[in-house]
Design a protein around this ligand. Structure first.
Ligand code: ZN
Length: 142
């Protein structure tokens, strides 16, 4: 419990404490230290950053303050869970024109399923004129 809590502090001092303490920790606790290190942003094996920092340069703002859209209101078909047929929900649609480092032709959209089915790592859809089309994935009706 304390190991995890130190990992959540995410300061250099906390990181140093984790690394120093892990050197004398019983072997049964080493996985907990490794997890805490990674949670603190450091790869346990290499000590390199465990996070791709460009991946989380975002924050949530009030609706209409950002060109990107989150949550409900996705106007097109969405994937259905292949097991329980629950519709996926939109997490975020990124406005491609606002992504300065990328040249995208479509606005990428990320979905998630609230159901507890094992949907694997990902489900594929492709952008078509005026919406999305499932790739071997059932979609909601338009
Ligand atoms: Zn499901």
């Amino acid at each position: 419990m304390y190991i995890r809590a130190i990992g959540q502090i995410r300061t250099d001092a906390a990181l140093g404490c984790l690394i120093r303490t892990s050197k004398s920790a019983p072997s049964a606790h080493i996985p907990a230290f490794a997890l805490a290190l990674e949670n603190a942003g450091v790869s346990p094996q290499t000590r390199h950053p465990s996070i791709y920092f460009d991946a989380f340069r975002a924050y949530v703002v009030s609706r209409d303050e950002s060109p990107h859209h989150m949550g409900p209101g996705y106007p097109y078909e969405v994937p259905l869970c292949p097991f329980c047929q629950s519709p996926a929900e939109r997490l975020v649609t990124l406005d491609a024109r606002s992504l300065e480092d990328y040249a995208l032709e479509v606005d990428p959209t990320f979905f998630w399923y609230r159901c507890q089915c094992d949907n694997g790592e990902y489900i594929l859809v492709k952008h078509v004129d005026g919406g999305l089309e499932g790739v071997m994935t059932a979609m909601t009706s338009p």
